[in-house]
Write a protein that binds this ligand. Sequence first.
Ligand code: NAP
Length: 253
Amino acid sequence: MQVVGRHALVTGGGSGVGRAVAFALADAGVTVTICGRRLEPLQEVAGERANIFALSADVTDQASVEGLYRQAEAERGPFDIVVANAGIAMSAPAAKTSLEDWNKTLQVNLTGAFLTVQPALAGMAARKSGRVIFIASVAGLKGYAYVAPYVASKHGLIGLMRSLAVELVRTGVTVNAVCPGYVETDMLEQSVARIVEKTGRSAAEARASLLAQNPHGRFIQPEEVAAAVLWLCGPGAASVTGQAISISGGETW
Ligand code: NAP
């Protein structure tokens, strides 16, 4: 699949990884629709490129996602690429995790990703062309302490990806997940702030404790994740499906 002239949806495109993915796709000639709940950061990203379009939508709300599809596809054609990137993270020991936080995390990271990609599947299969990409995490491949709902949601996402890949394998549509280690984004800063608040450590110590989990000794950059997404969208990745690709500087499990 050549990427030029395609139409992509990137959820959570107003910040961090989603923003970098939107820029990488747009710079490769893709028309990109980005969404999130807050319109302002989306409009800032869209203001940077003529081929990025901002729409607000909540991935946990089926009607909201369907409304997004209706408007974006009416204006710019069917989605050829869907990048389910929107996600949230919270941390607490499992014994102290509230049901509310458990449900919220699964709702955004897993159910939200399902609702994001589901409306595109039948059309992609009929056109025998398409790319579905989930931004999961290394937390979808191995366990981490104090983030049980996040780890469970990302493992679920890998299961969803594998299932869709098998279902669509004869259609030419590929379905994959990109699994970053700690990426330098707002989400990372929120994790640092939570560690500071809960442990009394300094921000530098909190960052060092997260960094210690990364064998190559630095955080992943959003652009590195975006590069993997762009490759998965292109013709060179036509035979890559059902894969969870780790972008994590050598983390193992
Ligand atoms: P981020 O900057 O906090 O981005 C998360 C994005 O998701 C925001 O733009 C947010 O926009 C959007 N979002 C959250 N809830 C939403 C909802 N209900 N509906 C629509 N959009 C929603 O963090 P990030 O690091 O770029 O995270 C992007 C993805 O990478 C996530 O799936 C995350 O799990 C994954 N990831 C991150 C890291 C890391 O260390 N940062 C590592 C591995 C994987 P609104 O708030 O405006 O809705």
